[in-house]
Design a protein around this ligand. Sequence first.
Ligand code: HEC
Length: 192
Amino acid sequence: MLIATLSAAQKAGIAGMGAAFIIFALVSSFVIPRYRPNFPDRRVWPYVGLVVCFFVAMMVVVVFVGREKSEAKAGGTSTPSTSPAAPPGPPPPVTGNAAAGKAVFAANGCAACHTFKPAAASGKVGPDLDHLAVDAKKANRGSLAQYTTESIVNPSAYVVPGFLSGTMPQDFGTKLSTKQIDDLVAFLLKPA
Ligand code: HEC
């Protein structure tokens, strides 16, 4: 509703300014010369100054209103703004399917290296994934889902203290589909 009031005010602003401009033009070209045929005569420069002021005011209104309109548009759509200056929004919701993720976990040998109770896994090469949330907090690399996704597709971006970089396979990001990774993340965050 803020947008509605804004655009109504904007229209009024443009219309008012435009009307003033037109009336000014008509008066100075038809009405004044009728009484003062030499108009603007020696006052041509003040008159030109006035015209320039009108022009600038009109342009300011158009530019200002145009910008407000596009801002209102950006705020009105449901898709978040992609402008780099935009403040980070809430982290994307976990969209994967945890049950499908459990199968992906089993099929890709994660259990050989990781302990994770929901998968009945007891590997000791990598970190215990039951403590994933604690590690994610320490790592401080975005939301838990963002950290988990990064840990799978790009394990060397952050190496959990006490573990060796390069031990975790580096190619899950290319071997697994985006959906499989989303499912894995869902399983690790909220086991089915
Ligand atoms: C060959 C052993 C190995 C396999 C197989 C493996 N990982 Fe890892 N993983 C590791 C190691 C070692 C680390 C810690 C070093 C690092 O962060 O790169 C790790 C780290 C992680 C982390 C971050 C853990 C934390 O506590 O911060 C996640 C999440 C993870 N792995 C998930 C997986 C998933 C899912 C799979 C199967 C698709 C998998 N890993 C397969 C060895 C492995």
